[in-house]
Design a protein around this ligand. Structure first.
Ligand SMILES: [Zn+2]
Length: 440
């Protein structure tokens, strides 16, 4: 074999562990055994709505071969610089040895005792069709169809327990970064600190956010939330996302924090909207993520828990859209919407009741809204008429003249045509920030 693709998924659990950390461990051991890393390691996020995901539903893939030409630094592990190559020589590599290393690391690092942790790895000498990636990021894929595909590609693979990790492992290798991609540089904590409170300095994060303009989702200024820092007890200290790999290295150097034990740069599908597909309302199914348009037919209202709901309709049906409580100030914008407005909603589908969890919204038309300012004036007497009761119209008490309509004025809308997105603190891994959409 001249080169090998490795895909790994689902080694983490809700209580710790981290698939990207396992990637670093595999890379470290491969390099120590004389293998070269080809291209950036890849962190691939998959369908965010699958009911059984551990945390971020991220899988990793790495290409291994005999590198040639220039090399680029992609990380530091155990005080050693780690490099990748972008060209390969025709030298042969030992596929069996690669498998041994991957298997060893998974056994050392996986949270196999956690009932929701079902690791899998694949070793392939070609990338499966891109279609498998899109299916896994947008829909539900079964283990049976993945195993069929792996058999047809003569893959070496192993799934542990219910083998679900094979799905992400395969999808991660299937992803192509040519169309759209971003990067994330991840810094890891010293092992003795795992599970304790992290120290990452907010002021340096804000400075970095202002200086490194190709980065995104760093800091939520309104909610005072440092988005670089995960909330789970995993080995990650912080991760910085951006469009430019080189600038991420600068960005990392600007962050003041507790000691960084190791770091690794990943190429990723985060912030690309790859999970979204255009659907008519009538075709929307649970667990998809969609872009769908419609006219608002029920005004936004707030339910228990502070979630804001409204209903949209197209020629095929109606569906509820929700701005949940964690989307904070975004809900105030949503509350400004009114019946008759035309919107395009971007978001994941919750099953019961079928609802779009809004990630962002595009307002295409604002319907004129009117508010009553006073009762009508009698044309004979010049005095205000009296209301006859709700929806009963008005009547002049002096001469009996009737009128149906009060004096109204157009309501000033506190929202504009265009895009609105949830704040940084509520951003999902795959959601494309407007910052990326707007800039060339
Ligand atoms: Zn009158």
């Amino acid at each position: 074999m001249k080169f090998i693709w490795i895909g790994v998924d689902d080694t983490d659990s809700r209580t710790g562990g981290c698939t990207t950390f396992v990637a670093g461990a595999i890379i470290e051991r491969l390099v120590a055994n004389g293998f070269d890393i080809i291209g950036f390691p890849r962190l691939v996020r998959l369908n965010p709505n699958v009911p059984w995901k551990t945390r971020g539903n991220g899988a990793i893939s790495i290409q291994v071969g005999k590198g040639t030409g220039n090399k680029t630094k992609i990380g530091e592990i155990g005080n050693k610089d780690i490099f990748c190559y972008f060209n390969m020589s025709s030298g042969e590599i030992d596929g069996k040895r690669v498998k041994e290393i991957v298997e060893q690391i998974i056994m050392e690092h996986s949270r196999l005792k956690d009932e929701n942790t079902n690791p899998g790895f694949v070793i392939l000498d070609e990338q499966p069709d891109l279609e498998m990636y899109y299916k896994t990021v947008r829909e539900i894929v079964t283990i049976d169809e993945i195993e069929l595909l792996l058999e047809s590609l003569n893959a070496i693979y192993k799934g542990y327990k219910n083998r679900r990790g094979l799905i992400g492992a395969t999808a991660s290798v299937s992803w192509r970064s040519e169309d759209d991609k971003t990067y994330e540089i991840i810094s890891y904590r010293e092992k003795k600190k795992w599970g304790t409170k992290r120290y990452v300095d907010d002021a340096s994060t804000k400075k970095m956010d202002e200086t490194c303009t190709s980065t995104f989702d760093n800091y939520d200024y309104v909610n005072k939330h440092n988005r670089l820092v995960p909330s789970s007890p995993c080995p990650i200290l912080y991760g910085i996302r951006g469009d430019n790999a080189e600038e991420l290295v600068t960005a990392k150097d600007m962050i003041k924090s507790e000691k960084v034990d190791s770091c690794m740069l990943f190429e990723t599908n985060q912030g690309t909207d790859d999970h979204l597909q255009r659907k008519k309302i009538g075709d929307i199914q649970p667990y998809l993520s969609v872009i769908t348009g419609g006219k608002i037919v029920k005004n936004p209202y707030t339910i228990e828990g502070g979630h804001v709901i409204f209903t949209i309709k197209d020629s095929t049906g109606t569906i509820d859209c929700a701005a949940y409580e964690p989307t904070k100030q975004f809900r105030n914008k949503i509350r400004e919407l009114c019946t008759g407005d035309l919107v395009e909603v971007y978001g994941g589908i919750r099953e019961k009741p079928l609802t779009i969890n809004i990630e962002k919204i595009r307002i295409k038309h604002l319907e004129k809204q009117f508010i009553k300012i006073e009762n009508p004036i009698c044309p004979n007497c010049g005095k205000h008429m009296k209301s006859k009761g709700t929806r009963q119209g008005f009547k002049c008490v002096k001469c009996g003249t009737k009128s149906k309509k009060p004096i109204i004025k157009e309501k000033k809308r506190e929202i504009n045509i265009g895009f609105y997105e949830v704040p940084v603190c509520a951003r999902r891994h795959l959601s494309k920030p407007l910052k990326r959409t707007m800039e060339p």
